[in-house]
Design a protein around this ligand. Sequence first.
Ligand SMILES: *[C@@H]1O[C@H](CO)[C@@H](O)[C@H](O)[C@H]1NC(C)=O
Ligand SMILES: *[C@@H]1O[C@H](CO)[C@@H](O)[C@H](O)[C@H]1NC(C)=O
Ligand SMILES: *[C@@H]1O[C@H](CO)[C@@H](O)[C@H](O)[C@H]1NC(C)=O
Ligand SMILES: *[C@@H]1O[C@H](CO)[C@@H](O)[C@H](O)[C@H]1NC(C)=O
Ligand SMILES: *[C@@H]1O[C@H](CO)[C@@H](O)[C@H](O)[C@H]1NC(C)=O
Ligand SMILES: *[C@@H]1O[C@H](CO)[C@@H](O)[C@H](O)[C@H]1NC(C)=O
Length: 928
Amino acid sequence: MISSVCVIALVVLVLPSVESFISIGSGNTHVTITNTAVLKKIYEVCEAVAESEERPFKPTGSSAEELLRACLGTNTGQVAGAKFHEALNQIYMQNGLVDRDFLSSDPHHFNSEAFKEGHSLISQGVSSVKASIRKDNLQAARETLGKVLHILQDFYSHSNWVELGYRSTYRNLIKPHLTIDNVADVGTPTCSDCASGTCPNPLLPSIMKEKKLTSGYMGLFSSNKPAGKCSHGGDSDLSSSHNPRGGISKDERRAHNAALHDTAVSLATDASLELLEDIRGAVGNIDFLRMMGIARTAVLCFVIDTTGSMSDDIAEAQRVAHSIIDNKKGTQDEPSEYILVPFNDPSFGPLIRTTNPDKMKAEISKLTANGGGDEPEMCLSGLQLALNGAPPSSHIYIFTDASAKDIHLEGTILALIRSSKSTVSFFMTSKSRSARSLSRQGHSGVDFQVYYKLALASGGQAIEVTKANLPSATDIILDTSTSALVTVLQRARNPGRVEKFPLLLDASLSNVTAYLTGTNLKFTLHSPSGASQAHTVSNGPLATIQAVGNLLRLQFKNFNETGLWSISMESTNAYTIKVTGQSAITFIYNFVEEFGGPHPGFATLDGRPQNGLPAKLLITITGQKGAEALKLQEVALVEVSNVNVANGTFKEIGGGGFLVTVNPVPDGEFVVVIKGEDKTTSSYFQRQTTTQMSLSKVKVNAAVGNAMVPGKDFKISFTVTTNGTGGVFTIVAKNDKDFPLTYENRLTVNTGSSASGTVTVKPPASTASGTDVTLTILAEGPGDADSNYAVLRLSVLAEVTDFTPPKCEIVHVNAICPNDCSQANWDLSVNITDGNGSGIERVSIQKGSGKFSYVTVVEGGIPVVMAYYNASCCSPDATVTAVDKEGNVGKCSYSVERSRGVSLSLSLPLWTYLLVSVFSIMRDVLPL
Ligand SMILES: *[C@@H]1O[C@H](CO)[C@@H](O)[C@H](O)[C@H]1NC(C)=O
Ligand SMILES: *[C@@H]1O[C@H](CO)[C@@H](O)[C@H](O)[C@H]1NC(C)=O
Ligand SMILES: *[C@@H]1O[C@H](CO)[C@@H](O)[C@H](O)[C@H]1NC(C)=O
Ligand SMILES: *[C@@H]1O[C@H](CO)[C@@H](O)[C@H](O)[C@H]1NC(C)=O
Ligand SMILES: *[C@@H]1O[C@H](CO)[C@@H](O)[C@H](O)[C@H]1NC(C)=O
Ligand SMILES: *[C@@H]1O[C@H](CO)[C@@H](O)[C@H](O)[C@H]1NC(C)=O
């Protein structure tokens, strides 16, 4: 069952280098270990979900995309694997970053015998992951999960657990209520001297005999270590040249430690699986899969102005939302999440986020227009909430008829757009009657300039229409609310110019649509076979053209002709062009930088790439049949508002991943364009990203370690570096939860050097665990010369006091199953208690497709959940999970096959009074 998953290759960030336990490298790396464990667990959970829904689970092939489709149960239709890859990348990237951001922190690597502290980091981290998932902050959960897995994996490489002969994992590490025992104290020598540095096992016989736990000391900056202690080993460990010399790290597979390294890798993988299982138990199968990026990808996100003049617009937003919800129900295009942010003046928010379509309908129906006048509104504040609350690469739609009052947020919004890669489109309606004279400076004196700028920067549209025409413009929202939307081309020209835009359309595309914005646009559309259609023909041989406000929408007709199409623009008025379609062929990308140290790797850039250096990016391509069916031919950085193109060179790193280097990089704002061949249809494709990026001479670095504690100050230090104009920089820090921030807003940075500052965040004492806060730190050089930013996601975790899991006890099993399993049922009764812990929050069936019911009784002042499970003998395995309020998990598992024909009676049968409420376990979770 599990073995079939091992062949699935995913985003394995493998580059040829030394074989090691490092973040990036060939052989066994943190990423390959994490990838193996994550995919195994996803496979297992998908299978359990399919079983509980009584549908088959049969991936059509071994690619991640096929696993995704089988898991969602939509074997037909196009489901783009991009979001899945993106989610996994968030885990892998943070996993790797522990080696950069916590380089010298012993507990993060189980170095220098910091076992207690490492154990506590794991316990806090796991609690934080569970709390984040419960609050639906999935990105925060993934990032913390990546870090925690790294710490756990390092235990097996950096401690002597493997040398001590253990061949199974140290379970205590993921059990917060248990302790790490028998650690060698600081005065106890642990290693013998190893002059060659390559001794198979330098541990002292006394340590081996007493099974004392120890780990290597890491001397990054000094060679000092307590007398007689083992070192980590390797070039960057200065302590390894001091007696006792050598090291016990199993990071790299060398001749002298090959077997130890292999065991460490296999135990690190098993331990990762156990930690994932614990999280799955706490959050349930469905939320676990959502955290892993297994979900329908469409998200519907509206930001709506609710001032007095907006009632028509609100009604239209309601109509569109209802139409999407009703028409897409049950299809793979049904949004997996709905987000709504109202704003007016002076208030904005709250952000409403739900997976329940009826709740979205209700919330949007509640909006009413009132107050305000012609005054500017808090539009950017509302947008800020949406950009932080929506998953990355979302489409966000803003309805407004007023200019933005909170223009000071522009820099923060641009940073958030670049970092989230979300697309922002504006529907700007005029309060006055006519939209005849559409211009940047709106007809009613309303300044929409910043909206045009943000739409362009994010790859969205800025559409100005009359209120009466709004319903014709919102089709664009229906077009984009699909799981498999791709952009083939996007360009902007201001001033406009006569230019022919080639469009490579491939066989996988459907619903090809072009959007042009501008006034009095003249153009001709050409097909590969020579047919053409002028802008004056609204229903021609190639497309139907619909005009509303400043927008033209061209729906390509009978689209069956692949090859090189083109749009010839003949206007000198400013215009934008965007061509989209639906296809499973797409790609994800991240600008990255290389980092050195004992465990080198690549890190996603928080901000804009550095001026003067080659741009490096990691891209992953994905298609219906996985990356193997695609051939990448070209990657380039292309200016959206200009004609400059910079070709990149690329190196395949496995699983559809490529490391791309571009040098030199265009000076202006650019996007990423790829071209390639779909081998299944022998047709050529072109895709481009929509978020504009540009280089900066400034750099802002910041990293977050632990979670914030409610009511306590949390300090984040950051560093600003510049190779450009030095002087006094303006620092602007913003967060989306309005938590109080303290920092110096001026920082002196000299050319070629760096300076540091601190931002202190204080989450109110009442903040719930799992709340996540997005902090943006913006640094602007003197005279607005240059700027850059860092975007950080911070989680809040109240101090956890209950680490004891609920106790689940099997009290009765009645399992007499005949050979023909369909002829009989088996059943199981369990008692679940949480002692004097935080209390049981829910019980559920994690595996099995039978009927489940329970009652709670109070016995001796302690609540006891008595549960009863009854299933067909054809569903022989069952796991009952009980979760307490802190996310600790207790379990009972039973398998009939192993004990066929056994009736085990531990007490009197209880089910007579258990049949109170019977739920179908298809609901996955039964709240208590
Ligand atoms: C895509 O095109 C098909 C067929 O032309 C149509 O049925 C479907 O509704 C379109 N999808 C969208 C999202 O427009
Ligand atoms: C393309 O569409 C046209 C019009 O629907 C049709 O006549 C033609 O046969 C189609 N060509 C192919 C190759 O399917
Ligand atoms: C900054 O300048 C230094 C010294 O001139 C150079 O070594 C470094 O590569 C530059 N960094 C960037 C990002 O341009
Ligand atoms: C980029 O590569 C393409 C295809 O290899 C080539 O046609 C084009 O001329 C190159 N452009 C530049 C600026 O080198
Ligand atoms: C299960 O719980 C019930 C209710 O507290 C109790 O009466 C019964 O003895 C328990 N069974 C076992 C085996 O502990
Ligand atoms: C309840 O808590 C007390 C104090 O923490 C502890 O001594 C006792 O053993 C606990 N009882 C149970 C049943 O866990």
